[in-house]
Design a protein. Structure first.
Length: 199
């Protein structure tokens, strides 16, 4: 049996980071390892499978990608004072904010008006329990250091089903509905996105 977020199997709710404007700027300027927006795109993947409204409206006809606006929020100096209160051990101006997991609840509330929470995962079954409750969970791989969206759990195979914002990591070039058989490569934290009806 598969438990998970309401729309875990809907490919129209899958976002990739490789088409984000930030990535294009980094690529064009020759930045080494330019893939930077996996965290923001993963957060949007988690929200999308829960059916939250992600539309960003401008006065004109342009519709920004929601993960790009989220990336901007993390790195907007106007938000540094708030972020300093979230984590007092680091300085927001010294590293991209989208890399810091504890920043996500503030960012998601500010950009989308939605509550999520940062949690420590001491046992990997805890991550599975969130999926059983219909949550989506933002996870981070140890190697490579990379955010992925945990969207469902298959009880028959004991695998977490993920949407990976970087499809180039896979030989088939697809990051939608991949599976993680080895949970040892996951860091011991997550950002939990509840079902819309529980928010």
């Amino acid at each position: 049996m598969i438990y998970g977020a309401k729309y875990w199997n809907d490919p129209s709710r899958y976002f990739v980071q490789i088409n984000n404007p930030t990535e294009e700027i980094l690529r064009k300027t020759g930045a080494k390892g330019f893939l930077e927006s996996c965290g923001s795109t993963t957060a949007v993947n988690c929200l999308a499978v829960q059916d939250y409204n992600l539309e960003i409206v401008c006065p004109g006809s342009y519709r920004p990608q929601p993960e790009e606006v989220l990336t901007d929020w993390f790195n907007d100096p106007r938000n540094y004072d708030l972020l300093k209160k979230v984590r007092t051990d680091i300085t927001p101006r010294d590293l991209p904010g989208n890399r810091v997991p504890q920043y996500y609840p503030s960012a998601i509330m500010s950009v989308f008006g939605i509550e999520c929470k940062f949690v420590w995962i001491s046992e990997h079954f805890t991550a599975v329990e969130y999926l059983r409750r219909g949550c989506a969970i933002q996870l981070c791989l140890k190697s490579p250091s990379h955010y992925i969206a945990g969207i469902a759990y298959d009880t028959e195979t004991s695998e977490i089903i993920i949407n990976d914002p970087w499809p180039g990591r896979f030989s088939d070039g697809k990051g939608f509905n991949k599976r993680i058989p080895d949970m040892e490569n996951l860091n011991n934290f997550a950002i939990v996105y509840p079902p819309k009806e529980q928010a």
